[in-house]
Structure formats: C-alpha cells, structure tokens
Ligand binder design. Sequence first.
Ligand code: CUA
Length: 198
Amino acid sequence: MQSDSPKPTTKECLLGLCASLRTIHIDPLEKKWITFSLLIIGLFVGIITLDALFHGVNPPSKVETIDSARLHLSEEFAEDKLGVSVDGAGNVIVRMVAGRYAFMPKHISVPAGTPLTFRWVSMDVLHGVHIPMTNMSTMIVPGYVAEVTTTFPTPGEYPLICNEYCGLGHNHMWSNISVVAKENWSALATVKGGSNNE
Ligand code: CUA
C-alpha cells in the first residue's frame, strides 16, 4: 500500500495560494478599484487609531450591571441622587437616567476644564447619548451602567441628544448642559451644597 504524501506546511499553503492568485487575470481598472478600496479602509482604520490614541475616543470597557426596573429604589439612581455631585475625593460625578423620551434631570450645570465622570442608565429600552462638539457619546443599554469620563474645555450651552432610535418620540429626546467656568461653578455648587440638580 502506498503511503500518503506529507501534509504541506502553512508556509507552503500560503506560497501556493499566492502563486495561484498571481495566475488570476485582473483587469487593470479592477486593480485600480481594489487599490482604491484598500486605501479607503486604511484611511478609516488610521482615523480610528489616531482618535483612540490622541483624542481619547474609546469604547467603554467597564461592565457594570444594574436592575433597570428598580432604578428608583437603587442606592445610586434614586430621583434625589440624580444630577451633578462631588464625591469625597473631589471628583465630579454626573448621574443621569434615560427613559422614553427624556433624560433626567432635564438640565445640569458642570464646570469647564474639569474631568467629569458621567454615569448613565436606562429605565426601559436602548438609548444613546451624544453631546455635539465633544467626545461624549455612548450607548445606554438597559441593565448596564454606561460610564464615560470626559472634560469640556469650553464654557457654553450644549444640547444632549439621544442618538439611538428608541421609539416614536426619539427625536424629542434631549436635555441641556450648561458648561460654566470653573470658578463660577464652584460658587454655584457651594450655594446649593455640592449639588446643582435642576
Ligand atoms: Cu432615546 Cu432615542
């Protein structure tokens, strides 16, 4: 009985594949389009990489679960705990609840040039939140806490809008953020006892 020939190695397989690819006739115009498509893919991957490395645009990596049906009874997201607060270490934490069709609270004031930790939860379906002209954008998946830390360098009035289709009222789902100069915000927070929920 004749023995089988030895199995080709991975390298031989790749060389074989390259050789057979070279025998395929590709029209010059097709070649141009293939090159063009690969360049576009390279450009997009490059933009994502640069944004991640230099602009801090990253997907949230933390997995923290919460019972969406019991938010009002939770330690952290009960109605009186929502809005902006400063913890013992001086970190500014913003807690907001998304629900069809509003973000609660409806308006918040935060200090400019200060790291802000946003903690978002949904009380019903999938929502998204985006603050135009900033890198603040995340999905709010029911059952999970979405946490994003960011800094707004420029004082001003910013809209906060839902960017995941969540139902018929989706395009009415928005809120407002006032970013105020750090010194003015501290005064505001002192007056209201460390929290300026509205
Ligand atoms: Cu909430 Cu769209």
